[in-house]
Ligand binder design. Structure first.
Ligand SMILES: Nc1ncnc2c1ncn2[C@@H]1O[C@H](COP(=O)(O)OP(=O)(O)OP(=O)(O)O)[C@@H](O)[C@H]1O
Ligand SMILES: [Mg+2]
Length: 275
């Protein structure tokens, strides 16, 4: 292909990306230092909480090697295509979802290096029919590798939510993620203290998993506000494996309350007007 033609294609794609992103009011990334701390759990439940409030929400899974969003939402459909654009999968009346896990088989490892990942992310952002949205929530793999880097270069995020568990080693890593986000010019809204305590199933007493008052200790260490403190709740893990969100299947529990509080805190920090 001629070089000028290739340049033209790149320019057009960049333009499509900018046009798509301009139609989305708030772009929010969920990031952590460590793996397995609950990013996808937070991304999925925050998206559902906002969609239940009546906002138009998209959840874009950018964990290309470990796309867990479809399973956690129980989505088995694949995206379709229209006029050369990807059409994301609808989840309820207000939510769109897109994940590489909907395209490749679950057991198929995605063996991609940086440039290919960048190009896949570009395609998700530019070559997808997102329409007008209030929120786009990005679920990321742990740490600050290619996916986070590409996203933060391509999109001006309105906020980043850090997810951590309350151990000192997790804090060290989340600090790195926080500095990285700030150096890339993005605003960190605060953090989620996940698996912070558990409720004894026998006596109903609260057991702090990593010492008392971990949310305020974390808040001091990170210099950030705690947006939600989520208990360690075995039923949550089971429900997520079955594609059942905490908001719909754990009504009236501390877990549901924590996710609703998180959504409310995000809204108040971003200013939650509809598109
Ligand atoms: N508060 C919680 N109580 C019980 N289980 C939880 C809680 N939060 C997350 N889990 C479970 O812990 C596991 C890891 O959570 P999740 O996949 O959301 O983490 P992650 O940070 O996205 O992981 P990765 O870094 O691999 O993407 C999942 O099985 C999830 O169901
Ligand atoms: Mg995840």
């Amino acid at each position: 292909m001629e070089t000028s033609k290739r340049f033209e294609q790149v320019r057009e794609r960049q333009k499509r990306l900018e046009e798509n992103m301009a139609r989305i009011k708030h772009k929010l990334a969920i990031l952590s230092g460590k793996g397995g701390v609950g990013k996808t759990t937070v991304a999925v439940n925050t998206a559902v909480a906002l969609a239940e409030e009546g906002f138009k929400v998209a959840l874009l899974d950018l964990d290309l090697h470990g796309p867990n969003v479809p399973r956690m939402l129980g989505i088995e459909d694949a995206p379709s295509a229209r006029d050369g654009l990807i059409v994301p999968v609808k989840y309820g009346p207000n939510m769109l979802v897109l994940s590489i896990g909907m395209i490749v088989e679950p057991e198929q490892a995605v063996a991609w290096r940086g440039p290919l990942k960048h190009s896949a992310i570009m395609q998700f952002l530019a070559d997808t029919d997102w329409g007008d949205l209030d929120f786009m929530i990005f679920d990321l793999p742990p740490g600050t590798g290619d996916e986070a880097m590409s996203l933060m270069q391509l999109v001006k995020l309105d906020g980043i939510v850090l997810v951590t568990t309350p151990q000192r080693v997790a804090v060290d890593d989340v600090l790195r993620a926080m500095h990285f986000s700030q150096e890339m010019g993005h605003r960190v809204l605060g953090f989620v203290n996940n698996m912070a305590y558990l409720i004894c199933p026998h006596c109903g007493k609260r057991i702090e998993t990593f010492g008392d008052d971990s949310s305020s200790v974390l808040s001091q260490l990170l210099g950030l506000e705690c947006l939600a403190t989520i208990p360690l709740e075995p039923r949550l893990a089971k429900f997520l494996d079955e594609g059942k969100t905490a908001l719909m299947y754990m009504r009236g529990t501390e877990v549901e309350k924590a996710f609703r509080e998180l959504a409310a805190n995000i809204l108040s920090r971003l200013g939650g007007e509809r598109a």
